[in-house]
Design a protein around this ligand. Structure first.
Ligand SMILES: [Mg+2]
Length: 212
């Protein structure tokens, strides 16, 4: 039997924003224990809980974020994440979104990939970190390169977990995990793990919505 799917009506910006936020919240809630387990191995075990708190706070602001211009929404969302995630990850995720918003506001005609690249550099400065040090930057940098190279988002959704997997063999040089030195090797970085989950989720939602 052949099932023919009804064509999806095009989503407007507001509906897409609501759907992306809800999907990000769902994937983090679903993986809360997994992210906490990863953080237990090389940190203090709260990354899943912190991320859930952040995504639930973002969901609470969903209606506002859906109805303001994209740049404004990104700055507001970044502010929410800084205040709600806490720990080391809050300022990093918050910086990423706020810098994307500021970049889009400064030059609305700029290519998203270029704005994203600048925002990732700002996250690195904020964390005084570089790729290869077993952090979420090890997902953000290859993600940025893939966007610059115009990798299709459907493929990027599949690739992003691979970026996080590469942190397993890295020695942590930043944050609490760095105190473990060599013993941090063999564990995936929890920040890289949450970043890969969110990246894959956002890419899939954009593809589903026909926005990419
Ligand atoms: Mg932690």
């Amino acid at each position: 039997m052949i099932l023919v799917r009804a064509p999806q009506p095009a989503l407007d910006q507001a509906a897409l924003t609501r759907r992306v936020i809800a999907a990000c919240r769902d994937v983090i809630v679903e993986h809360e224990a997994y992210l906490c387990d990863l953080d237990c191995a090389i940190g203090d075990g709260d990354h899943g809980t912190n991320m859930r708190r952040g995504l639930e706070a973002l969901t609470g602001e969903s209606e506002h974020l859906a109805t303001v211009p994209f740049s404004e929404a990104m700055i507001a969302a970044g502010t929410v994440l800084v205040m709600s995630i806490g720990g080391a990850a809050g300022p990093l995720y918050g910086t990423l979104l706020m810098e994307i918003g500021k970049g889009m506001a400064a030059d609305p005609s700029a290519a998203f990939a270029d704005v994203f690249q600048q925002a990732v550099a700002a996250v690195a400065r904020r964390g005084k970190s570089s790729p290869g040090e077993k952090t979420l930057l090890d997902v953000l940098y290859p993600l940025s390169d893939a966007l610059i190279e115009q990798m299709p988002l459907s493929l990027l959704a599949e690739e992003s977990q691979g970026f996080a997997n590469k942190t397993i063999d890295m020695k942590a040089l930043r944050g609490r995990a760095s105190f473990l030195g060599e013993r941090s090797i063999g564990h995936m970085d929890p920040g890289a793990a949450s970043c890969a989950l969110l990246c894959a989720t956002i890419c899939r939602e954009l593809v589903l919505a026909g926005a990419a």
